[in-house]
Write a protein that binds this ligand. Sequence first.
Ligand SMILES: [Zn+2]
Length: 126
Amino acid sequence: MPDVQRIVSPAPSRGTPSTPKGTSIPASQSTPVPPTLSGKPKVYVVELDDGTKRYCFHCPACSYGHQFDSRWTFSGTLECPTFRPSLRLHGGNGCHLNLTAGMIYYHTDSKHGLAGKTVECPDAEE
Ligand SMILES: [Zn+2]
């Protein structure tokens, strides 16, 4: 019976990756809005009588507005909003999107011309 020896040892250290000097990470930016965005509110808030809020935005694929209500998690800012999870219409054009950091990501199972595309969320209309 061969005596198989299994030597288990920690992986040899290859040295700690060193951060080159002079490439320090810049301090936190003063604005959370990426320069690609307009900086204007993308969503407007409707507060209902029961105190819940709805976040409305204009969907360029549907040419009308969609709403996120309390079932979704809102983070970010009105100028650079993120909602989780995705929003999906039942019926119609099957619009299925994620609004992340002010950008709308249309899922490929949407049945409209923007399926699979990413567009900036239009500025909220008054
Ligand atoms: Zn839509």
